[in-house]
Design a protein around this ligand. Structure first.
Ligand SMILES: [Zn+2]
Length: 423
């Protein structure tokens, strides 16, 4: 994909009107409006520019399972609906499902996501073609079985070798599913592998009370303490959920530089829990970002909705309206997420990656517009996104994405076939 020079004119940024120029995949200029045209023109009048949002936890191709097994507890949902269908997923299914996810994310202003799922090369193809940025993880299970563990390890190394990182928008990571589906020995192997290759590990952890009970019964301690005993807490570890952590565990996570993705929609819908300790984590120095989780548990991939849910949930369970501001969750969904991934994105500044989203403020949710971030987080949803640029390329303009109708048609066909395998 070639890079064009893009010149966004007269766009609002943090309360003033500016021009932005991209050069290659970076932001080259941010400042006073320029006299001359300096590249592909985008009119920013009536629009506010924000950094592309960062979805820190997703299983993109689960768009295929949207609406499948709603209103069920986590384990029942996984065992009766999700896992039986996933056994029959093909490369093609995942490709189309991931492509739909990319379109849905672009439409709602996300430019970067972290993913963990089966048939990862199919997701990589979808990311490459749609122009998004992603950290793609090889999903790993061993179910405490030695031969399954060996198969998983071989797959992690093979997919790593085969992943084409040449587009510069894809990073490789490993996603052991959870401590109740992956043995301690395999987790340690993954930790060593990740350290040797300097890649991220994402792991569902401390998601439900039943997981905590499993950990206490089988390992004699709570989930974070168990990881500590295995020696695998590190800055490379990104925990998804982290709902059940006490003060001592927070201190451990902070000491080892562990990061967390908060997925409010998934936690509420699966009734996993609600008392996510967002501000305690931040105060302890733990970096917290926001994710949607897969479409089968959050039902959409709208990060603007996810920010609102994170803020409202954080206030509600503490009965404290001051605890989690719109600005705080907006930072979590942009600059904090970028820092967790070690990427120079999530900010609008010269030298940063050109991952930019134009919000159309000519609509009810932004009227009056006393406080843009408040309106974005509390009043709007993904439909306010007008234009999306990722890595210096336009992925959507005037809410139009090429090829969308075909993707919708193909996903409907794949999903219909897969539903037959649901128990
Ligand atoms: Zn998940």
């Amino acid at each position: 994909m070639s890079h064009e020079r893009i010149h966004i004119r007269d766009v609002e940024h943090e309360g003033r009107t500016v021009d932005i120029l991209t050069e290659g995949n970076r932001i080259a200029y941010l400042g006073e409006p320029l006299q001359q045209e300096a590249g592909l023109q985008i009119c920013g009048k009536g629009k506010v520019v924000i950094p592309g949002l960062i979805n820190l936890h997703n299983h993109a191709a689960m768009t295929l399972l949207r609406g499948c097994g709603d209103d069920m507890p986590l384990m029942q949902w996984l065992e009766k609906r999700i896992w039986p269908i996933e056994e029959h997923l093909t490369h093609d299914d995942v490709y189309w499902g991931a492509k739909l996810a990319c379109i849905e994310m672009i439409r709602s202003g996300t430019t970067t996501f972290v993913d963990g799922y089966h048939h990862m090369p199919a997701t990589a193809n979808a990311v490459r073609e749609t122009g998004m940025r992603a950290v793609l993880s090889c999903a790993c299970f061993d179910h405490f079985d030695a031969s399954e563990a060996e198969t998983s390890k071989a797959r992690i190394a093979r997919l790593h070798a085969e992943t084409d990182l040449a587009c510069g928008r894809i990073a490789y990571a490993v996603a052991p599913h959870a401590i109740y589906t992956v043995s301690g020995a395999t987790l340690q192997w993954i930790n060593n592998y990740a350290a040797a290759n300097n890649i991220l590990i994402q792991l569902h952890l401390a998601e439900t009370e039943s997981e905590v009970a499993f950990s206490l019964k089988h390992f004699g301690c709570s989930p974070v303490r168990y990881l500590h005993s295995l020696g695998i807490l590190s800055p490379r570890l990104l925990i998804a959920h982290g709902l059940y952590v006490d003060d001592e565990e927070l201190a451990l996570m902070a000491d080892y530089g562990v990061s967390v993705s908060h997925n409010p929609a998934s936690n509420m819908k699966l009734a996993s829990g609600y008392a996510f300790r967002f501000v305690e984590m931040q105060r302890a120095g733990i970096r917290v970002g926001i994710g949607t989780d897969g479409c089968s548990s959050s039902n959409n991939l709208d990060m603007i909705e996810a920010m609102k849910l994170a803020s409202l949930l954080g206030k509600a369970w503490r009965k404290d309206p001051e605890v989690l501001s719109a600005a705080n969750v907006f930072a979590a969904a942009t600059s904090q997420g970028a820092d967790i991934l070690g990427l120079p994105t999530g900010r609008i500044a010269e030298g940063c990656l050109a991952d930019l989203v134009l919000i159309d403020v000519n609509q009810p949710a932004f009227t009056p517009n006393h406080n843009f971030v408040s309106n974005l987080v509390y009043a709007a949803n993904g439909s306010c996104v007008d234009t999306v640029i990722c890595n210096g390329r336009i992925l959507m303009q005037n809410r139009t994405i090429e090829g969308e109708a075909e993707v919708i048609r193909r996903v409907s066909q794949c999903a219909e076939r897969l539903m037959a395998f649901s128990k």
